[in-house]
Every structure is written in structure tokens, then in C-alpha cells.
Design a protein. Structure first.
Length: 315
């Protein structure tokens, strides 16, 4: 917009340079009014955008509070965690996870809380990038270990660890959201993730015993480790030997990753049903943060894989 205004001013000056002083003054006055009007329009659009972000934040927080109220009603009985409504409570936690991620992205849109950090990390030396990545990854695995080992009866601590883990994942997700917005695929990827989760969840919950006839999680996790190693080695080799094929390499990797996480999601819903049947009040303490995170992390990976696949298909 600014460059267009400058170009218009430049053309006006050349076109009317032979006119009288009064005509020139009139043209300048018109141009100044044009600039002021367009500046006001830009400011108004920015204000509208900021208002939309604040409105989304407010709505997200309202829904967050409503879900928390529902959890307090269905996940507890006489102040103690209950196994009743096990599946419902698990999915209420999943919805909370999605809301927390959404709030992190909106806060970044509004205040740029994490932009400076991400730019600082990406523009530094390789040593800075690797060192920062190792620190964040250590925090992630540390929180994950704490979530798995903490006593679920310690409700405040377990939920604080769960929330910290989700918020950290939200920061990790921001660059992928940037890419998805550039290619205009975030909304489509979100819708497809919900559809896949509903279909796969239904199949896993009701037909998991017929579909998952052996412990394929072990082999799928090995496949994930191999995939990560392939990404690290392959990216280095291809970037040196044939950079033009790097995009195709990531495209294929994303498709393989998508298939793996869909299969893991299906297996997770089979386990969800088994855990809900095994959970008996007085004998087992339900661990909804762990149960929900196990499903949510698969959904998040499916979402990011879809963004990469759809984004690369459009470019």
C-alpha cells in the first residue's frame, strides 16, 4: 500500500510538472488527502483486526471456563476423581488442550510474544539453533516424564504440568501456523483433522479388537524413530547434493508421518475403551491429563502433517 502511494505520487509529479503552481499545489493537496485517507483506512483495518483477535481470545476463554466447569461436574465425585464418564472427561481435556493451543497462537498474533524469540533463534548461528532446540526439547521431555510419573491424586500439580506441556507445544506450533497461513490451508487442515479423528476414533473404539490384532504401537514407534533419523540425515544430504528435491523429500516424509499417526490414533482409541472399562472407583484413579495427552499429541501431529502436505501441494 505504501509503495503504491509513493508510485502514484511520483507519476503525478511527472505528469503535471509543466502545470502552474496553483495546479501543483492542488495536486499536492489532493495527494496529501489521499495519503491521509489511506492511512486512516489502514489504521481502521488494523483496529478491526486487533478487535477480532481480542474477540477470539475472549470467546476462547469463555469456552475454556465452561469446559472447566463441566470437568468439575463430571470428573469428580465428592471431591475425588471418578471413573464415571471416562471417555467424556478425556475428550473434555482434549478440547481444553485445543483451546490452550488456540490461545497461545492468538496471544502471539496480538502481542507477538514468541515472534522475537523464534526470529532470534532462526537468524542465529547453527550452534545457537541446536543449543536452543536441545534446551526446549529437554524441557518438553522433562514435562512429559513428570506428567507420566506424578500421582494423579495430586490434581493441582498434574494439571499444572499438563498445561505447561500444552503451552510449550503451542509455541512449537507457531512456525507451522505461519506456513499454513501463507498457503491458506490452516482451516482446511483443522477440519480434516477433526474428521479423521472422528472416523478413526469411532473405528478404534468400537472395532479396535478386530482391526488392531497385535501390538502394532511398538512397530509404529520404531518407524517414527527411523523417520526422524531419515529426516535429519536426508535433509543434510539432499540440501548439499540436490536442494531442488528437498521439498519433495519433505512432502513424502509428511505423508508417511500422517499414516503412522493415524494408525497410532486408532490404537489409542482402542486403549481408551480398555482403560475406561478397567477404571473402577475405589480401585483405580483415572489419569485424564495423561489419557487425553496421548490422543491429543497424535491429533496435533496429524494437523501439522496436513498443513505441510496441503501447503506443499498448493505451492
Amino acid at each position: 500500500m505504501v509503495s503504491s502511494i509513493k508510485s502514484a505520487q511520483y507519476l503525478n509529479r511527472n505528469k503535471y510538472s509543466t502545470n502552474t503552481t496553483n495546479t501543483t499545489n492542488s495536486t499536492n493537496t489532493t495527494n496529501n488527502k489521499y495519503i491521509i485517507n489511506n492511512t486512516n483506512n489502514i489504521q481502521m483495518l488494523n483496529a478491526i483486526t486487533n478487535s477480532n483477535v481480542l474477540l477470539k481470545l475472549f470467546c476462547s476463554l469463555v469456552i475454556f471456563v465452561i469446559i472447566c466447569i463441566l470437568l468439575s461436574k463430571y470428573a469428580f465425585k465428592n471431591g475425588i476423581l471418578t471413573c464415571e464418564n471416562y471417555v467424556l472427561n478425556t475428550y473434555l481435556y482434549i478440547i481444553l488442550s485445543i483451546l490452550l493451543i488456540f490461545i497461545v497462537v492468538l496471544l502471539n498474533d496480538k502481542f507477538g510474544l514468541f515472534n522475537s524469540f523464534l526470529i532470534w533463534m532462526s537468524q542465529g548461528s547453527m550452534l545457537r539453533i541446536v543449543f536452543t532446540f536441545i534446551i526446549i526439547l529437554s524441557m518438553l521431555f522433562g514435562l512429559l516424564y513428570a506428567l507420566q510419573t506424578i500421582n494423579p491424586n495430586n490434581i493441582l500439580a498434574s494439571n499444572a504440568i499438563w498445561a505447561g506441556l500444552i503451552l510449550l507445544l503451542g509455541i512449537f506450533l507457531i512456525p507451522t501456523i505461519w506456513y499454513g497461513r501463507l498457503t491458506d490451508v490452516v482451516g482446511l487442515a483443522g477440519i480434516l483433522t477433526i474428521i479423521i479423528t472422528m472416523i478413526v476414533g469411532y473405528l478404534g473404539y468400537y472395532y479396535g479388537n478386530e482391526i488392531v490384532t497385535f501390538d502394532w504401537d511398538k512397530y509404529l514407534n520404531i518407524a517414527l524413530i527411523v523417520l526422524i533419523i531419515t529426516i535429519m540425515i536426508g535433509s543434510f544430504i539432499i540440501s548439499i547434493s540436490n536442494p531442488d528435491n528437498l521439498m519433495m523429500f519433505y512432502y513424502i516424509i509428511s505423508i508417511i508421518s500422517l499414516v503412522i499417526f493415524i494408525l497410532l490414533l486408532l490404537s489409542n482409541h482402542k486403549k481408551l475403551k480398555e482403560n475406561s472399562e478397567k477404571c473402577i472407583d475405589g480401585k483405580v484413579v483415572p489419569n485424564y491429563p495423561v489419557e487425553s495427552f496421548s490422543i491429543f499429541i497424535k491429533m496435533l501431529n496429524i494437523f501439522t502433517d496436513l498443513i505441510r502436505i496441503l501447503g506443499m501441494s498448493r505451492r
